[in-house]
Design a protein around this ligand. Structure first.
Ligand code: ZN
Length: 464
């Protein structure tokens, strides 16, 4: 279940439906999404990852280089952008012998994906595909095309991970994601929606507050999920309320995604849920997958892509040294992204052996999005993921919050940004935040960089 953010008026209509109708809607949507997620490639991927679990490292590396070579050859033959790039830089896919040879290809920036979007599409791909948008850490959105196969393989990675705790599809799953489930101004439960097709209970993350927390906890205990998953900053809130109320509940595992799982959040999750918290890293572009095991190590899947960690000068960072993630996608033939700078940072582990026996590259840490929410007057934390989704004329944006209940939205416009675009942003703000936050839109020429040299999507002066 995942309702589109791109149509605020449809969203408002949906919010007004009675609970039963919304559940029917969720089930129908889920049936439709099933084809995009759980078809043949999903099962193929699950099988592949299962077979490869105990693959010796040398064999794993050999297969990755071979898959990479096939991807690069395909890109040269069928993707106009790469044909001219490889020709200009003298790169030949057939000459690739190791992952290090990949560095002969220039890094792909998000801005290039935007400006040369059409040239990055394969001219030969005829399979099922769909267009997709991601929100970057800078608040801008990026459109790209995803093959259904890549999407299914992505979900194969997700469910392979859940399989590490014995979770199977159809088992009860509780999700605290960014799904718009109830009107932001809603004051009474339900703040959740049950999807009968997937046996999944979706909780709204925008309504968690001191007043509403007991309803959430009661519903969670009643549902008895086998796995609890969600965005760590929101799961952490629930965990805090559980700890304060002296409540625990023990699923087989807690899985987090979409944001960095901070150590203090992990401790709270593991205390409230009395089990291990597993971090999962991927992105909307599906350019790579990192799965945390029960020993706390971050295993990089070599079946879906290549993850490089680079210094500012483009040279590879040493183990233990922080660098930028540059990712190559090996599963999306509709639009292969090669050496794509995703905007996140990571550190390669010094120690590559893990007691779990999986011989993959291991990351010591991974830093993506953190602390991404604004706070309403009544203490709810909202992550405004849907804002700017339908406004490509916004070049960069930032929420600045000095006090709960009000926020300044700073926008760097692209050339041609007009009154219509401004109205669209306002509509998106209303659909996502309701009347819980006063906001003011400010058009600016540029945004200040954070201490880490990156743009922050949300700058909050409110302690988390
Ligand atoms: Zn491990």
């Amino acid at each position: 279940m995942n309702l589109s953010y791109r149509n605020p008026s449809l969203l408002n209509l949906y919010y007004r439906l009675p609970k039963f109708a919304r559940e029917v809607f969720a089930a129908l949507y889920s049936l439709k999404a099933r084809n995009r997620r759980f078809g043949k490639a999903f099962h193929d991927q699950m099988r592949l990852l299962q077979e490869n679990e105990k693959l010796p490292r040398a064999e794993r590396d050999r297969r990755q280089v071979s898959d990479l070579k096939a991807t690069l050859r395909y890109a040269y033959e069928h993707v106009p952008y790469y044909r001219s790039l490889f020709d200009q830089s003298g790169f030949r896919a057939d000459a690739l012998e190791s992952l290090a040879d990949l560095r002969k290809i220039p890094v792909l920036e998000r801005e290039t994906v935007r400006s040369k979007n059409a040239e990055l599409h394969s001219t030969a791909f005829t399979g099922p595909k769909f267009s997709h948008r991601t929100s970057g850490t800078t608040g801008t959105t990026l459109g790209f095309t995803l093959s259904e196969e890549a999407n299914q393989r992505h979900y194969g990675c997700v469910w392979h991970h859940y399989g590490w705790v014995g979770m199977r599809r159809g088992d009860r799953l509780a999700t605290f994601g960014g799904h718009p489930l109830a009107h932001p101004d809603r004051q009474k439960p339900p703040f959740w929606l049950y999807d009968a097709v997937e046996n999944e209970l979706y909780f709204s993350v925008q309504h968690i507050s001191p007043k509403n927390a007991p309803y959430y906890i009661e519903q969670l205990l009643r549902f008895k999920p086998v796995v609890v998953r969600g965005i760590p900053s929101f799961l952490n809130l629930i965990a805090q309320y559980m700890i304060d109320g002296g409540v625990t509940y023990k699923p087989r595992g807690v899985f987090t995604y979409s944001e960095t799982l901070l150590d203090r959040q992990r401790r709270a999750l593991e205390q409230a849920f009395e089990c291990t918290a597993y971090n999962f890293y991927s992105n909307g572009e599906r350019t790579g997958h990192v799965l945390q095991c029960g020993h706390g190590r971050l295993h990089v899947l070599t079946e879906t892509g290549v993850i490089e960690i680079l210094r500012a000068d483009g040279s590879p960072a040493a183990a233990g040294e922080v660098g930028e993630l540059v990712m190559t996608n090996m599963i999306n033939r509709a639009m292969p992204l090669i050496r794509y700078r995703i905007g996140d940072t990571g550190i390669l582990a010094r120690e590559e052996q893990c007691p779990c026996g999986r011989e993959t590259p291991i990351l010591e840490s991974l830093t993506g999005r953190t602390n991404d929410f604004v706070v309403t007057e009544d203490g709810r934390r909202i992550r405004p993921v849907g804002v700017f989704m339908g406004t490509p004329m916004v070049k960069a944006a930032q929420f600045v919050q000095e006090q709960a209940g009000s926020v300044v939205v700073k926008i760097v416009p692209r050339e041609g940004f007009g009154a219509d675009d401004r109205r669209k942003v306002a509509e998106e703000m209303d659909a996502e935040l309701g009347h819980s936050i006063r906001y003011q839109i400010e058009i600016v020429d540029e945004l200040p960089f954070g201490a880490n040299g990156k743009l922050q999507h949300i700058i909050s002066k409110i302690p988390s």
